[in-house]
Design a protein around this ligand. Structure first.
Ligand code: SF4
Length: 480
């Protein structure tokens, strides 16, 4: 649960001061964007797939209540049990309760943003239940007592050297340089955990209402082990993850793999349909599915922002975002980062504590262009910004007041040619005191905030209007 206001600006300044992080971010996001682009360009009907997926999501979110009931019925018919959680605390309490009733001591988890959202590990561990992340990136993050940096690749902020040092400290091994050796160490450690686990916890990429099937997509095989080795499987899903029909699943699987990692298909796609049945040799004895609302049904009611729930957590918007590429995942304060974090976090949490996030965007729209379900980010962000402004109205807010005055002055000057021209001439005169090599330097506050970080080109002594007249002077301004 969020306890303090997320100070996006302060967090970003810290991140910007870390050159190692900046390099890692640019390298990772460049690679991801290139592989996504390559994978997408090989699919001639890509746009049709996106539209179809969006159409399905629209239908699901509009009729979420009936699809959830249908899914519950299907899962129950197969011998599974569905639990409904209103909020994060309730969801975690349900899982702890299942663990207690079954005398569970050891839990293995596969990567799941929903479990990060509800801080499940903290609850399990504080109740004396050993809980281990088994996705390699998540495992590294857990060993460092850190938070994921990206929804697909949680440990991109860690270098090979960081991991080598970490493993050496934790497992008393030499500091290996070779990534293969490091992976082998993690594999050996994790195998032991799988073998001794009483319960496996996973997320859900998609849940099919018609059949009660849950789909889990991954590349390491750890989710498959976590959901089949232990006797109990608990799957945690945000209530928006529904797909109505099994035949529609292939559309989403195709979009997800290409958008997330540039693969045609993820290495492992597990379709789980209830617990082990009579005569089957493996699979869990118990299957529990936890529906997590945690603010989602309120989002579904809003016509302006409900499309935030169409997200399939591919991370493509994050990789393309010019803001994320500079400041990274931790600047967004909670588990979801980049454009999806900027729209979903304020809606799932206290809007006052997350008020910075809808402003963490240049509104360039690149996220909308890559999103496989065509979420119109600029529209949602503007709507959330409007809410923030309305909610802070009337409260003493010096920055807001100054911005308001500045925009009113700007609007007045730009709409009156006389004042526009006069302002231009005044600027040219005033810049005499600050100009150096065709740049303005050492400007007074508040302009100094800009010149501290960026260049400010000097105003031309001859304004554009004058040059236009000289160059193209003719009747009615027609070019000579
Ligand atoms: S908002 Fe769209 S692009 Fe971003 S993670 Fe979700 S599905 Fe992917």
């Amino acid at each position: 649960m969020i306890t303090e206001r997320i100070d996006f600006k302060k967090n970003s300044v810290e991140a910007l001061g870390n050159p190692k992080l900046k390099k890692a971010l640019v390298n990772f996001t460049d690679r991801s964007r290139a592989s996504r682009q390559k994978a997408v360009s090989g699919v001639s009907e890509w746009e049709e797939l996106r539209s179809e997926a969006r159409g399905i999501k629209e239908e699901v979110i509009k009729n979420l209540d009936s699809y959830l009931l249908e899914l519950e019925k299907s899962v129950t018919r197969l011998g599974g049990k569905v639990h409904w959680a209103k909020n994060a605390e309730e969801a975690s309490a349900i899982v702890v309760d299942i663990a207690r009733k079954n005398n569970v001591k050891n839990v293995v988890k596969s990567k799941s943003m929903a479990t990060e959202e509800i801080e499940l590990n903290r609850h399990l561990i504080s109740n004396g239940i050993n809980t281990v992340e088994t996705d390699l990136g998540e495992y590294i993050v857990q060993l460092c007592d850190d938070h994921p940096f990206h929804i697909i690749t949680p440990a991109i902020h860690k270098t090979k050297e960081d991991i080598s040092k970490l493993f050496s400290e934790k497992f008393d091994v030499p500091e290996y340089e070779d990534p293969q050796k490091l992976t082998n160490i993690a594999r050996k450690e994790l195998r032991e955990k799988f073998l001794s686990a009483d319960m496996g916890i996973s997320g859900v990429n998609f849940a099919v209402a018609e059949t009660g099937t849950i789909a889990i997509v991954e590349n390491e095989g750890n989710a498959r082990l976590a959901t089949t080795f232990p006797d109990i499987h608990v799957a945690i899903m945000g209530i928006e993850k529904i797909v109505p029909k099994l035949k529609q699943l292939s559309i989403f699987l195709s979009l997800l793999a290409r958008s997330a990692t540039g693969q045609k298909s993820s290495t492992y796609v597990s379709l789980i349909t209830g617990p082990r049945r009579e005569g089957e040799s493996d699979g869990p004895q118990q299957f529990h599915l936890v529906f997590v609302d945690n603010g989602r049904s309120d989002i579904a009611k809003s016509e302006e922002t409900r499309e935030s729930l169409y997200c399939i957590r591919c991370g493509a918007c994050i990789n393309i975002c010019p803001v994320y590429r500079q400041v990274g995942g931790h600047s967004y304060g909670l588990v979801y980062s980049g454009p999806i974090g900027a729209i979903i976090t304020p809606q799932l949490n206290d809007p006052q504590k997350t008020a910075d996030l809808p402003f963490a965007s240049s509104l360039c729209g690149a996220c909308r262009d890559v999103c496989p379900v065509k979420i119109d980010f600029p529209h949602v962000l503007l709507s959330l910004r409007q809410k923030v402004v309305e909610e802070t109205k009337g409260r003493a807010n010096l920055q807001g007041l100054m911005e308001k005055i500045a925009f009113q002055v700007w609007s007045f000057v730009f709409s009156k040619p006389f004042y526009y021209s006069l302002t231009g001439r005044m600027m040219v005169f005033l810049q005499y005191f600050y100009q150096k090599d065709n740049e303005l330097r050492g400007l007074p506050y508040p302009f100094s905030k800009w010149t501290k970080e960026k260049n400010f080109p000097a105003f031309s002594r001859k304004p554009f209007r004058k040059r236009w007249k000289e160059q193209y002077h003719g009747k009615n301004g027609i070019m000579r």
